[in-house]
Design a binder for this molecule. Structure first.
Ligand code: PMP
Length: 387
């Protein structure tokens, strides 16, 4: 029965984590894994999350099933956080297992509405985007995103896509902020220009928002999403993995602006049906935590302060890299990731000779290392480039 199955390549980042773990050298450095770490190398549970969990233990009265759309109070809190109020009446949403669940479900619905729709994905992007699009039935296509000379978005290419290459009805996948893997984001003015082109040409934005609050600020990071939110139809996939540190709890949400309240029922019932067939119901614990935090001013303040600490640390590491000749662009980029212009052989050499681990693409997680490790990595990079 299973003889037809071919072994699949292991996820390269997971293989890298394993190699790192097995490396016995002292002072090894892990730039691969996509989680935030503090300067001590830990990914601690947020104090606001711990407090919310204590509250839940005391007050949660039942673990009985929720409905297909998940925790409605959590969704209301997110809606209030993300959208200008009052949110439009043709906005529907449901809770999903992480951002990945939201992306998968959104793509399923896009494909259910218009089978085989083309979806444009930046090159490079988070490696799961293309396979997720494919498995949902969509037809992925790519556009060049980063101008390596400036470290900024290759905005001319983005606009060429939106004005000329994409066809009306195509879906455009954009990351809300802290682009993974490049760290290069559209400016608010560029979001405005891109949104106008998408409106004019009938393109459907699909915003993947997995790093809200890890860029410039909770409000500032919303600039792009708020501009897109004025368009008549869009998808927004939200993740609480990074900004609440809830990675393994699998907390996310999918919002869809349907274009008219008359379409809400069709869209929502299709979302509910598909989610039922994918995961039946989203896990509750993480969403209940987010709800508890966002519905209590004290906990919200604590969460905001912890997120601000994370941002400050990421900026500190970026500033350090920014002083290195050739890496100045990193200081102006945002979020956890940066794409270094390294060849696979250089990446390999750093690993074998210096015990420095990163994705073969040259993507590094700046939030994964201490300032001291960053300094050592920079020195090793200098050695490698001179060689
Ligand atoms: N989008 C991007 C750009 C990501 O980097 C990630 C995870 N690293 C996700 C979505 C999915 O996050 P999760 O499913 O863990 O919430």
């Amino acid at each position: 029965f299973f003889a037809t199955l071919q072994p699949q390549p292991a996820d390269p980042l997971l293989s890298l984590i394993k190699l790192f773990r097995e490396d016995g050298r002292a002072g090894k450095i892990d730039l691969g894994v996509g989680v935030y770490r503090n300067d001590k190398g830990e990914t601690p549970v947020f104090r606001a999350v711990k407090a919310a969990e204590r509250k839940l233990v005391e007050t949660q009265a039942t673990k009985a099933y929720l409905g297909a759309d998940g925790n409605v109070a959590y969704l209301d809190r997110l809606r209030a956080l993300l959208f200008a109020q009052p949110a439009p009446s043709d906005l529907v949403g449901l809770q999903t297992p992480g951002g990945t669940g939201a992306i998968r479900l959104g793509m399923e619905i896009a494909n259910a509405a218009r089978p085989g729709t083309r979806i444009w994905i930046s090159d490079p992007s988070w490696p799961a985007h293309i396979p997720l699009a494919r498995i949902a039935g969509l037809e992925p296509a790519t556009f060049r995103y980063l101008d390596p000379a400036t470290g900024l978005v290759a905005f001319d290419e983005v606009m060429d896509l939106l004005r000329n290459r994409a066809e009306p009805g195509d879906v455009i996948l954009l990351q809300g902020c802290c682009h993974n893997p490049t760290g290069a984001d559209l400016t608010p003015a560029q979001w405005t220009e891109a949104a106008a082109a998408m409106r004019e040409r009938g393109l459907i934005p699909f915003v993947d928002f997995a790093y809200h609050g890890l860029g410039t600020g909770i409000e500032e990071d919303l600039a792009g999403v708020r501009i897109i939110a004025d368009l008549p139809q869009y998808f927004l996939a939200y993740s609480c993995s990074k900004n609440f540190g809830l990675y393994r709890e699998r907390v996310g949400a999918l919002f869809v602006r349907t274009g008219s309240t008359g379409s809400n029922l069709a869209v929502m019932s299709n979302l509910a049906l598909r989610s039922r067939l994918l995961w039946s119901m989203p896990p509750d614990h993480g969403a209940a935590i987010v709800e508890a935090i966002l519905s209590d001013a004290g906990l919200t303040g604590q969460w905001q302060a912890e997120l601000a600490e994370m941002r400050a640390r990421i900026r500190g590491v970026r500033a350090l890299f920014g002083k290195v000749p050739g890496l100045a662009v990193l200081a102006g980029q945002q979020g956890m990731f940066a794409q270094l212009a390294l060849q696979p052989e250089q990446v390999q050499m750093l690993r074998t000779e210096q015990a420095i681990y990163m994705a073969e693409s040259g993507r590094i997680n700046l939030a994964g290392i201490s300032l001291e490790e960053a300094a050592r990595f920079i020195a090793a990079l200098g050695d490698g480039q001179a060689a």
